[in-house]
Design a protein around this ligand. Structure first.
Ligand SMILES: *[C@@H]1O[C@H](CO)[C@@H](O)[C@H](O)[C@H]1NC(C)=O
Ligand SMILES: *[C@@H]1O[C@H](CO)[C@@H](O)[C@H](O)[C@H]1NC(C)=O
Ligand SMILES: *[C@@H]1O[C@H](CO)[C@@H](O)[C@H](O)[C@H]1NC(C)=O
Ligand SMILES: *[C@@H]1O[C@H](CO)[C@@H](O)[C@H](O)[C@H]1NC(C)=O
Length: 428
């Protein structure tokens, strides 16, 4: 099962157009989870239980559809109700809230959004009704020492524009689509506020990949909704997408963002100062967003983020002869000139982060792994063999920052210096 799904993800990337490639991250991410389970000796016996890879320990949490959503037009791409999974906090965590926004790329054309609306990333009709809560969502103190007993919410992603689309009426091009990400965000917030979040003492908004970007976009709005006296911060995992040239010299990600922002009417959700000063789609890049966010933010990102390497640095269109194919499947396959290009990409990331890094209340954890989202799996978030930088797991660094115990600005040495990394391998 894992292998066929994985092969499908790879085939998509090879054959698909650019927007397909970018949409495929959801599948890559699913495969990622399965591979990690498979590679991890402690859970290899139960990994084949597809609905719950390590069911012996991981809690499955039910999907709740947003009943207040339809009247206000807050719907998924296909018009279905959006949803979330909620696990109630307990003990000393009962007034604290941790939100995690699911990732899964974006759609930039009517075509790609129409394909997406018949998947779980565009319709709740296709979503799993129960999902495992692991890593940052785990209820076990050993796996999630700081947040295990908090109220925890996984917000499902079904709009295709990082919960930020704003089109008033559905597009009619022979097809019906709804671009209502911003309304979904507002409807989820209203529901959680009335479920007790309005009295939160501490809260952390987090998300992975496109959900990490959504976290940055909505961070200050989240802050102002919660009580003034509460401790509120934001954590973006693998959401620091760079505005970099690809290997053919084109700004692939820049054009892609431009299409997403225009198609889905995202500009209204972006910072007004930023939008007044530059092309709105530039304000969809984290580097610009972070210049305006006032709430404390922590960024977790691998310097060799496989999604960014596959889609920003060496997208299929920039490499017609597929010289990069094997390197994109596993960093172990890269030759020296490709490794040099990856180091350059890392340098660009550190440069893009330098202003943010200086802020007193910021946190960063940039490890040198060939990886993507790292907060929602025990094996990368916090376990005896998860990645470490300066001997800290991601969970430990985030905890130090959230509770203001120590500064947490962890930057790893260059690949392949860190033996604790999980490096993804999509090939054989
Ligand atoms: C898979 O997990 C579910 C939920 O824990 C369990 O009920 C079921 O028996 C498991 N199936 C297999 C084949 O292990
Ligand atoms: C680079 O961009 C130009 C102009 O948009 C386009 O014509 C060309 O096909 C692109 N090249 C690649 C390799 O994507
Ligand atoms: C690495 O591979 C690329 C593409 O096949 C090739 O152009 C380049 O010369 C190779 N570099 C080295 C150092 O082998
Ligand atoms: C690294 O951290 C572990 C667990 O937190 C601790 O037991 C160990 O002594 C630390 N190692 C070093 C070299 O500081």
């Amino acid at each position: 099962m894992a292998n066929s799904r994985l092969r499908e993800a790879i085939r998509w990337r090879r054959w698909g157009k650019r927007d397909w490639a970018i949409a495929a991250v959801a599948f890559a991410t699913v495969s990622f989870a399965l591979i990690l389970q498979f590679d991890s000796p402690s859970s290899s016996s139960s990994w084949s239980n597809q609905s719950s890879p390590n069911s012996a320990e991981t809690l499955l949490v039910d999907l709740t559809l947003l009943s207040n959503a339809k009247d206000r037009g807050a719907v998924c791409l296909d018009g279905s109700l959006p949803g979330y999974h909620f696990q109630k906090g307990f003990g000393s965590g009962s007034s604290n809230w941790l939100l995690h926004i699911e990732g899964g790329g974006w759609c930039n054309t009517i075509e790609s959004c129409s394909k997406r609306k018949i998947t779980a990333l565009g319709s709740s009709n296709f979503m799993d009704h129960r999902v495992p809560f692991s890593g940052i969502l785990s209820h076990k103190a050993s796996e999630n020492p700081e947040f295990f007993n908090w109220n925890k919410v996984k917000i499902r992603y079904c709009d295709g524009a990082s919960l930020s689309g704003n089109r008033g009426s559905e597009v009619q091009d022979g097809r019906k689509l709804f671009f209502r990400g911003q309304l979904i965000w507002e409807a989820v917030m209203d529901e959680l506020m009335s479920a007790g979040m309005a009295n939160a003492k501490q809260a952390l908004l987090s998300g992975c990949s496109a959900g990490g970007l959504a976290t940055l976009i909505h961070c200050d709005d989240f802050r102002v909704k919660l009580p003034k006296a509460s401790n509120v911060k934001c954590l973006a995992d693998a959401g620091f997408f760079l505005d970099e040239k690809d290997i053919s010299g084109n700004y692939t990600m820049r054009s892609f963002n431009h299409e997403v922002v225009n198609l889905q009417g995202v500009a209204q959700s972006l910072n007004k100062d930023c939008v007044s000063r530059m092309e709105p789609s530039q304000c969809f890049f984290p580097q610009e967003i972070l210049k305006h966010v006032q709430t404390p933010v922590f960024l977790v990102n691998p310097a060799y983020d496989f999604w960014q390497i596959q889609n920003i640095l060496a997208p299929v269109a920039s490499d017609p002869r597929q010289y990069w194919r094997n390197c994109k499947l596993s960093i172990k396959n890269c030759n020296q000139s490709q490794i040099d290009a990856l180091h350059e990409f890392r340098n660009s990331m550190l440069k893009a982060l330098s202003e943010f890094q200086q802020k007193e209340d910021s946190g960063i954890y940039i490890n040198s792994c060939f990886s993507h989202c790292q907060t929602w799996m025990a094996s990368t978030w916090h376990s005896s063999n998860s990645p470490r930088v300066n001997n800290k797991t991601i969970a430990e660094a985030v905890g130090d920052w959230f509770f203001s115990r120590k500064t947490a600005k962890e930057v790893d040495c260059t690949y392949p210096c860190n033996p604790t990394c999980y490096n993804m391998n999509f090939g054989s």
